[in-house]
Design a protein around this ligand. Structure first.
Ligand SMILES: [Zn+2]
Length: 453
């Protein structure tokens, strides 16, 4: 039934009719009031491996081993699969290929034909490989230098999944969000020798072997499109399921406000519920025996104290962290758990201030950090699904016995809600409408053309 109404609505959009509750369209600004879109470097450096003792790489066709600093060709590889083994010696990379070897400050493996892939382990990639001495350790770092659009084809299916054509608009919205995130974080990891991590530290990237036809279509059909606000690319965060309302970034992270990342209801949709309400993450429950949670808190509360102490901005954002029970209390030794209490909530209903009372004293944990302090006993996922939860405390007399959290959503809830976007696409919204909801006030802009390899 829903599928049929989505098709009718999709037809109405194609026919140019105004559907119910239409959002104002975003204007694409190739040469908008902020001037032409920003030009990005030809190649993005994606950090694949860091601090490895040894790295073995090869190409799927003829390639060259090049000195990364001088650009000089060190060796021609005429056949596919000829393996180049690299190791670190002091501040140089030592490379070996059958009877050949040499050393250089950095080594590049570049296919002769730009369409040839390079490989490491079970993964293959478009672009080149760069091997450098890890700036943050004693091993080697493997970087994949790749053009932005090819990179996104290795990101989108891992970040939002594989979906049929009627959900293409959500994949397009995801592609624009991932592209914008990349451009606004370009070079953020420069001290490590690359631009972005290939993991959840930035965005999951698994190269070219498992690309998805529909995701590639989403990347190609939105090529170069990013979102801007106030003349700059926005910080296009996204998460799996907002649980009914997105987060205001200022309330969940130790970060300043962003006008386009506020708390917004994700709906109601045509059936009167949140767009992400059918998500398997929409409702969840997690529980701990008191001894289990005490063991977890013994690890996570000191980690939380260290996290706050590592930055003045975090200390300011979190406010008072710990009130000792008496003069002999040690904040790093929480002891037994006495009580948990939600003292305040954010605009979107997430936990704003969680008081954790123990033998040592009372800890105050804010916003999204509550997820890190109370991870599931199973370790899966490795932090609590969301900060949008209620507490259920079971006591045996005055002593806590079991603690449960009953929550909604999966992820930090900032920006685009992936399951909400998929449902919006099914119900006929186009990608510009989807983005206009989750990043209110941001404008779509085309980047100046970058190089492609
Ligand atoms: Zn949602």
């Amino acid at each position: 039934m829903r599928r049929i109404s989505a098709l009718i609505l999709a037809f109405a959009v194609l026919a140019g009719c105004a559907g119910p509750k239409r959002l104002p369209p975003i204007v694409v600004e190739p040469e908008g009031p902020m001037g032409p879109g920003r030009a990005v470097p030809d190649l993005l450096g994606v950090g694949l491996l860091e601090n490895e003792l040894g790295v073995e790489i090869y190409a799927e066709g003829p390639a060259e081993v090049i000195d990364g600093h001088t650009g000089r060709t060190l060796l021609h590889l005429r056949q596919a699969g000829q393996r180049v083994a690299c190791q670190r010696d002091g501040d140089t990379v030592v490379w070996r290929q059958e009877g050949h070897s040499g050393r250089a400050a950095s080594v590049v493996l570049r296919p002769v034909d730009a369409g040839t892939r390079v490989s490491q382990g079970d993964f293959e990639y478009r672009g080149d490989f760069l091997v450098i001495c890890s700036p943050v350790g004693r091993g080697l770092t493997l970087v994949n230098n790749v053009d932005l659009e090819s990179y996104l084809k290795g990101v989108v299916p891992w970040e939002i999944g594989r979906h049929p054509a009627e959900r293409l608009a959500a994949l397009q919205a995801q592609a624009v969000a991932a592209r914008t995130y990349t451009v606004s974080h370009w070079g953020a990891r420069r001290n490590r020798g690359f631009d972005v991590f290939a993991s959840v530290m930035d965005q999951v990237y698994k190269g070219s072997a498992d690309e998805d036809e529909m995701c590639n279509r989403a990347v190609d059909s939105t090529a170069g499109l990013v979102m801007k606000e106030g003349g700059r690319e926005i910080e296009a965060y996204y998460s799996a399921c907002c649980g009914g309302s997105s987060s205001n970034i200022r309330e969940v992270w130790a970060r300043g406000a962003r006008p386009y990342l506020g708390a917004r209801e994700d709906g109601p949709d045509q059936s009167g519920q949140a767009y992400c309400a059918e998500s398997r993450y929409y409702h969840w429950r997690e529980s701990w025996a008191v001894g289990q949670l005490e063991e977890i808190l013994h690890r996570t509360l000191p980690e939380f104290l260290d996290w706050v102490a590592a930055s003045p901005a975090r200390a300011k954002w979190n406010g008072p962290v710990f009130s000792p029970r008496d003069g002999s209390s040690d904040a790093r030794q929480p002891g037994r758990l006495w009580n948990l209490e939600i003292l305040s909530r954010t605009t979107s209903g997430r936990v704003g201030n969680l008081a954790i009372s123990t033998d040592a004293g009372v800890y105050h944990v804010r916003g999204d950090r509550t997820r890190w302090v109370m991870p599931p006993a199973s370790g899966n996922p490795f932090i609590l699904r969301s900060a949008n939860f209620d507490l259920e405390l079971e006591r045996d007399g005055t002593r806590l016995k079991r603690i449960a959290t009953r929550g909604q959503g999966f992820g930090h809830g900032i920006g685009l809600c992936q399951t909400g976007a998929l449902e919006r696409a099914s119900q006929g919204q186009d990608f510009a409408e989807i983005l206009a909801h989750y990043y209110a006030g941001a404008a779509l802009t085309k980047l100046a053309a970058g190089g492609k390899r």
